[in-house]
Every structure is written in C-alpha cells, then in structure tokens.
Design a protein around this ligand. Structure first.
Ligand SMILES: Nc1ncnc2c1ncn2[C@@H]1O[C@H](COP(=O)(O)OP(=O)(O)OP(=O)(O)O)[C@@H](O)[C@H]1O
Length: 279
C-alpha cells in the first residue's frame, strides 16, 4: 500500500473501482461505531466476528482504527498481512477456517509506530486500504471504525456501500449524548442502524453473583426506544474479557452459558436477525 493520497487515484486501477471489486462478494457489511472512545467498540467488533464465524459464516474483520488499532492485540495476531507485490493486493491474516482479519496496524513496520497522517491523507489511506484487501466470498464483513464522527468514520461510511451500522454505547449519560451524535451522523450519511449494543451494562460480582449497576442501567435502552431503535444486547462488565484481551486469547463466548456468554450470543443472534430482515 502506498501511503500517499495521490496514489489513491492513480496506479493499477482507480481507487473506487478497486473498492467496488474488493467488496463485491460480501453479503453484509457491518460498521461497528461509537460516539466516543473506550466504550468497547473493538471488543464488540471482535466478539461479533468470532461469534458469526463460530456459527459457520464466512467472516472478515477489518480494523480501520488508524490511531488505536486494538484488534491484532485482542486476537493475539503477530503475523503481518501479506502484500501481493504483483497485484498490489493485501491478503488478510487467517485467524481460523471461517475468520480472516486485517488491521491497518498490520501494514505498519512495528506496533509502536504512531500514525500522524492528517485530514486528506488519512482519507486517502483508509479508502485505499479498504480497496486493497483481497477477501474471498464473505457472508459478513465486520468493520471496527474509529470512535466519533470525524474524517475516518465518514470515509468508511462513504466508501463501504450498502453497509449497516451497529452502535456501541455505555449506560453513562455522556456516552449517550455522544451516541446521539453518532446516530445523527448515520442518518446524514444514510447508513442504516441495525441496533445498539449497551456495553459495560452492570457488573456481575464474582463473589456474590449480584449485579452492580456501575454506570446506571437501561440508559441505552431508553435512548434506543426514544429513537425507535433496538437494543440488540446488554453486555455486562466481565473481568475475564480484559484479561483475555491483554493475553491476546479471546474467550470462547459462544460456548459459555454462564457469565456474559448469553449476552454476546444474543448480540450475534440480533445481528443475524436484523441483517436477514433487511435483505
Ligand atoms: N464488557 C466488557 N467487560 C470488561 N471489559 C471490557 C468490556 N468491554 C470492553 N472492555 C475493556 O475495555 C477496554 C476498552 O475496550 P475497547 O478497546 O474495545 O474499546 P473501544 O471503544 O474500541 O476503544 P477505542 O476508542 O480506543 O477504539 C479494553 O481493555 C477492553 O478489554
């Protein structure tokens, strides 16, 4: 990939054609968004992709969070993407037989590189990155977009045609105010919202099993209802999730009938239902 905005419109094929070709054989594209950072957007994107793959769907996970790509760490991916020199196409990393993953971080020489691309350059890089990845047939492409409503989320929304948005929030009031901005953004760029996931929705005490409402509860639900949207799932804080992310070994939540497992399964089922309804 060339990190030069001019190259986004030159080279082998115009970038719009490359994007169209890269996304041609993908049934559903789901952009995971949030109004603000740190609400668990990457966690939701990763477990949604893992859950769909576990159900037998062919899934791609695309991490375009230029400034904080966390998917490779969460999934324990050390191998870099393969760039096909002849065709200038990038092959995603094979995570398992149903899941392929690519992060914009995989293209950086080392994980400590900080990305300081600005405005138009960032837009060019992201657009070109989306067009350069070579997916086989996919049932779902899950996209981890940066938080907020800035240049990159806008580029993603405008580049990935026919995508749906899944909005992640926490029950905190401030996060809810931010998520309203996200929903407004989706309306403006005509990105249909298939639902809201309320993350960090309470903590199940590992000692007494009682649920502690850390940030208040049901805020996401009330907001979603107000806006005529569905809460697909309420994911509790699960300390095992943090540990698993730090170790790069995600939990097998699809097999977990206790703890937060059922809530994640509900999220995957909700996405399957909502996308099927919109075919
Ligand atoms: N339900 C949860 N239970 C416990 N820990 C969680 C949960 N959701 C997210 N986390 C933890 O919170 C931290 C932030 O999560 P994550 O990176 O997914 O957020 P993000 O919204 O993608 O952040 P960013 O804005 O930096 O991209 C991580 O350490 C993650 O492991």
């Amino acid at each position: 990939m060339t990190q030069n905005n001019d190259c986004a419109t030159s080279g082998v094929q115009p970038v719009d054609e490359r994007v169209a070709r890269a996304l041609a054989d993908i049934r559903f594209k789901v952009v995971v968004m949030s109004g603000k950072g740190g609400v668990g957007k990457s966690t939701v994107a990763a477990y949604l992709a893992l859950g769909l793959a576990d159900k037998g769907y062919k899934v791609g996970l695309l991490d375009v969070d230029l400034h904080g790509p966390s998917i490779p760490r969460m999934l324990g991916l050390s191998s870099h993407a393969v760039v096909q020199e002849d065709e200038q196409r990038i092959l995603p990393v094979v995570y398992n037989s149903n899941l392929r993953v690519i992060s914009i971080e995989s293209l950086m020489p080392n994980r400590e590189s900080s990305v300081i691309w600005r405005g138009p350059l960032k837009i060019g890089v992201v657009k070109q990155f989306i067009g350069d990845v070579m997916w086989d047939h996919l049932d779902f492409l899950v996209i981890d977009s940066p938080p907020g409503t800035g240049d990159v989320p806008l580029t993603v929304a405008q580049t990935v045609e026919g995508a749906y948005a899944l909005v992640v929030t926490t029950p905190q009031e401030i996060a809810l105010a931010d998520v309203r901005k996200s929903l407004d953004f989706c309306r403006q760029v005509e990105l249909p919202v298939i639902g809201v996931v309320e993350n960090m929705s309470g903590l199940v005490c590992p000692h007494c099993g009682k649920e502690v409402e850390l940030f208040g509860q049901g805020g996401g639900e009330a907001m979603a209802k107000n806006l005529g949207l569905d809460i697909l799932a309420r994911l509790p804080i699960d300390p095992r999730i943090i540990q698993a992310a730090d170790q790069g070994r995600p939990l097998k939540l699809m097999l977990d009938d206790t703890g937060s497992g059922p809530a994640y399964q509900q999220m995957v089922a909700g996405v399957l239902k909502r996308t099927a309804e919109r075919r």
